[in-house]
Ligand binder design. Structure first.
Ligand code: SF4
Length: 297
């Protein structure tokens, strides 16, 4: 299946979308990402450029990843796509569609709730066989105006089964200076956090807390699960080794886990024994104060 994934974020990080993209590539699908960091469609030139790109790539499926602040851009993009290629199925996913699928279905054909890898695999496999996708887990859609909400797939139990992504994603493009071009490390510097010199990694998913203002409270409710799922130390370190080998300009690692120090002291020691020996770059971690001890510092 030819899939085109759109990132509406203001930068080129998009870790969730990169996970989906690399997972689809590993499943043998022809996936591309188009980053639209400063998106608008106010000029004729931009609209023409987007049409040219759609014509060239001829996707059979579009995925749009968005957070709440990107809703308006996603809406403009989706209306444009539906007007240009009405038959093209558009799935919205990410935090905002998970929170509010009903309003998102005013724009998108389908909304993917929660973790998206399994859903996108199934959708692509079914579309490849010209079969309907209305039974796929995690999908919401409208049927004669009534909201249909399919059951959720279980959360991925073993995150080590997911392929690692690259700092600058393979098969990725960006709207840069009014033209859509392949995303290169040089262009990435204009849009990536820290001038592209920091590699972002997720060694775990989830948070044991449920602060009411945070999407984790909804995820914990949806899945009735507050466990943190962790990748193995070796899987993370191998990804980082590849990143610093392939991108020597990297100067720092940003560990984007919601709470990296929820690891117990034995796990922290095990991780940093390998990290210090094989990676050694300065790093950033996010910490929930209750997990911070002098020993871990
Ligand atoms: S501790 Fe942080 S990541 Fe966890 S639920 Fe609260 S705000 Fe979200």
């Amino acid at each position: 299946m030819k899939v085109l994934l759109f990132s509406m974020q203001k930068d080129t990080e998009g870790l969730g979308l990169k996970f989906i993209h690399y997972d689809l590539l590993a499943q043998g699908h022809d996936s591309s990402i188009l980053f639209l960091p400063r998106f608008h469609l106010e000029s004729v030139g931009r609209r023409q450029e987007l049409k040219r790109f759609i014509d060239t790539h001829a996707p059979g499926l579009v995925g749009v990843s968005l957070m709440s602040q990107e809703y308006e851009k996603a809406r403009i993009l989706t209306r444009f796509l539906k007007e240009y290629v009405p038959s093209l199925p558009v799935i919205w996913g990410g935090i905002h569609p998970t929170i509010d699928p009903t309003s998102c279905l005013e724009e998108a054909d389908y909304v993917c709730i929660g973790e998206g890898e399994q859903t996108m695999r199934e959708v692509c496999a079914l579309l490849d066989r010209n079969q309907p996708i209305t039974g796929v887990g995690n999908l919401c859609y409208l049927e004669q105006g009534t909201l249909r909400r399919n059951p959720l797939y279980p959360l991925l139990a073993n995150l080590d089964t997911l392929p690692s992504y690259e700092h600058v994603a393979h098969n990725s493009f960006i709207l840069h200076r009014e033209t859509i071009q392949p995303l290169t490390p040089q262009i990435n510097r204009h849009y990536a956090p820290y001038l592209g010199r920091t590699y972002s990694v997720l060694s775990s998913r989830g948070c044991p807390f449920a602060c009411s203002y945070c999407c984790n409270s909804l995820f914990n409710q949806l899945y009735q699960d507050k466990k943190i799922r962790r990748r193995s130390v070796e899987h993370v370190i191998q990804e980082l080794e590849r990143a610093i080998r392939d991108y020597p300009e990297l100067k720092m690692i940003n560990i984007q886990d919601d709470c990296f120090l929820a690891y117990n002291i034995k796990q922290v020691r095990q991780f940093f024994a390998e990290y210090n020996r094989r990676i050694g770059l300065p790093f950033i971690v996010h910490v929930i104060p209750t997990y911070l001890t002098e020993e871990k510092m």
